[in-house]
Design a protein around this ligand. Sequence first.
Ligand code: C2E
Ligand code: MG
Ligand code: MG
Length: 534
Amino acid sequence: MEEGLSHNLVSGLLGQTAEAVVIGGADGGVTHVSAAAAALLGHEPRDMLGRAMPALCAALAQDGALWQGVLPAAAGREARVTLRKSWIAVDGDQVAVIARLERETAAGIDLLTGLPDVTIFHDRVQQAILNAGRLKKSVAVMVLGVDRLAMVNEGLGSAAGDAVLVELAERLRRCVRQSDTVTRMDGDHFGMVLSISAIDDGVLVAEKIFHAMGKPFVVGSRELTVGASAGIGLWPTDADSHPEVVKKAESALRFAKASGRGQYQFSSNDMNTRARARLELESRMRRALTHSEFRVFYQPKVDAQSGVIVGMEALVRWQDPEHGLISPGDFIPVAEETGLIIEIGSFVLAEACRQNAAWVAEGLPRMKLSVNVSARQFRSAGLVDEVSRVLAETRLPPAQLELEITESMLMDDIDRTVAKMQALRDLGCGLSIDDFGTGYSSLSYLGMFPITTLKIDRAFVKDVESNPKTAEIARAIIGLSKGLELDIVAEGAEIIEHVQFLRDHGCALVQGFYFSRPLPAHEFADLVRRGPMK
Ligand code: C2E
Ligand code: MG
Ligand code: MG
């Protein structure tokens, strides 16, 4: 180095050069590194100076003009590099070296992200099609382009761009199943190969990926958002070969970019329509929440002996200004997927408790209120606090409230489920297993759960008068409830024979169209005032 050339000046120069340059001293320490050299390994320049890089330092101090070896790269990975020394200066006991770094590419693996590369991508598409053909499944090929990577590279340096790519690769990997493939095709393009059973699975994964892309990327002390566009081709729906399905995905990507970026496109219009309908439903649901379009209907639970209405189930309805009254079956699954169910569920709980407290204040008899809790709501951390708060705010006696959860929610993580249920029971409210008999839970577990009620699924009521097998199952469930000292309710009683069977076999409470469909609040109150049902 020239005398008088300050450390800052050299650093400044190295920040500008496009070459990967490293300068090291005789003691083996890296004293300067160009931004390009740091980017090559995925580091920030200052990280390379601060951090010990024994292999690099040893290589710099060696005599030979060429060194090949492995260096630590970003995200805990390693990079194979070639180091070419182009200039060596000796000044007393100081040796300064300018060396050029080149990164080798290993066959099949992208060194920056550790993902398989474009050759592997094509290979996997081919394999997936062969497998799917055998299993009568479909393959979705998605090509994803990062929208603003060039801007990040230009504005913040290629090290920042590389950091984004590494994080993005990790997010993509987390969005797909283990058996699916994520590859880096080139620069800012990623290729994914997903084996799917239903076409809607393609929409689901695409949504998941776009959700993951939307979160900011943390690079150093900054938060960046880079958008993505994607094209999806489906085999065999819109292509019958491997090259064809990739071509479809790529042209769908071009279309996605041309129509404004930040979106995904299927290659077939049919699928785009479906995906749009789903997204539209989601945004209409969000609007419905802010515009108070959700209503709570009530369906009576009737004492089978006396005909007295002793309880009710709160059932949500969506009063859509354009489409009229929408049933929960048409929106709860999407609400569950998108998390909107949490807000909808909160609304139903608060409104149903408020309404029941108001009815008692108006002089109606106290009736038990059942509210459905979805899987996502049940798992959410805030549920117990929320129930406790709503009970306090509405002054509804806790014993008047019962939460319905389905059998399939029980088997997830048994210890945690039991603890959550116990916390709800400690508030004083009841817990019912909805749709009992359809969830394939092991009966041996049933005794472990602190539940108060079993609710026989409609499936075991609908032909109970004519099908001996159904009748036997219904009898067994009723017997089980007796043995475990649980309350029992049957749902879906549509005809007098259903009611008679249930009553004669000891099912005390019955709910179903025979007595009443779910009703708006005022109609339900009128029905109660009319007295016992027959
Ligand atoms: P579920 O909790 O098993 O509710 C019983 C369903 O059976 C209701 O359908 C009810 O209208 C229907 N039903 C009642 N009696 C009869 C009958 O005699 N025959 C027939 N065929 N059906 C009968 P709905 O209101 O469409 O609700 C469907 C499902 O949506 C509910 O099943 C529940 O899983 C879910 N759901 C409804 N409201 C809510 C809510 O506020 N929160 C959550 N998380 N889920 C809800
Ligand atoms: Mg229910
Ligand atoms: Mg049910």
